[in-house]
Write a protein that binds this ligand. Structure first.
Ligand code: ZN
Length: 170
């Protein structure tokens, strides 16, 4: 297993579109393992392959407190959605930044698991938000794309400041 490098906004590689997985093979299993390890190490609850610079439609999620209920969603898609819900979101690719985002409250979704089985399920609450957030990544979209221009400008300023104070560690 290996820790993977997580790309940070505004890296343009976060804008690349992922390609559907055709075969759930050993590479897929290895990638899912590495992504889970990377997600846990960074204290995330979800990670899309796009964030580790791999353009494959693969997402890992674990919402459990004990970090022992991992899910791997291959080629995930939302079939239908219902209602709206606003909640605070963060992202491993936009460190230390949290904002309110409006998303669908309930979703019906389909994906393939690591056994190559196609599964259809319903989700609400945090899982629904997480799946929508991760599928956005596969489309090259970030949660900050939903913010007002003013809020995005503020984020830019914050990131510029962080860069200025970054001292090289030799
Ligand atoms: Zn994210």
């Amino acid at each position: 297993m290996a820790l993977l490098e997580v790309l940070h906004f505004p890296d343009s590689r976060l804008r690349k579109k992922a390609v559907p997985v055709e075969n759930v093979d050993e590479n897929c299993h290895a990638l899912a393992k590495d992504m889970l390890e990377t997600m846990y190490a960074n204290r995330g609850i979800g990670l899309a392959a796009t964030q580790v610079n791999i353009q494959k439609c693969l997402v890992v999620i674990d919402l459990s407190e004990d970090k022992n209920e991992s899910m791997c969603l291959i080629n995930p898609e939302i079939l239908s959605s219902e209602g709206t819900e606003e909640s605070q979101e963060g992202c491993l690719s936009v460190p230390e930044y949290y904002e309110m985002v409006t998303r669908a409250e309930k979703i019906k979704y389909r994906y393939m698991d690591l056994n190559g089985e196609v599964i259809e399920d319903d989700a609400d609450g945090l899982l629904a938000i997480c799946i929508q957030h991760e599928i956005d990544h596969l489309d090259g979209k970030l949660f900050i794309d939903y913010l007002s221009p003013m809020k995005r400008q503020r984020l830019r300023k914050k990131l510029d400041k962080q860069e200025k104070f970054q001292v090289p560690v030799l």
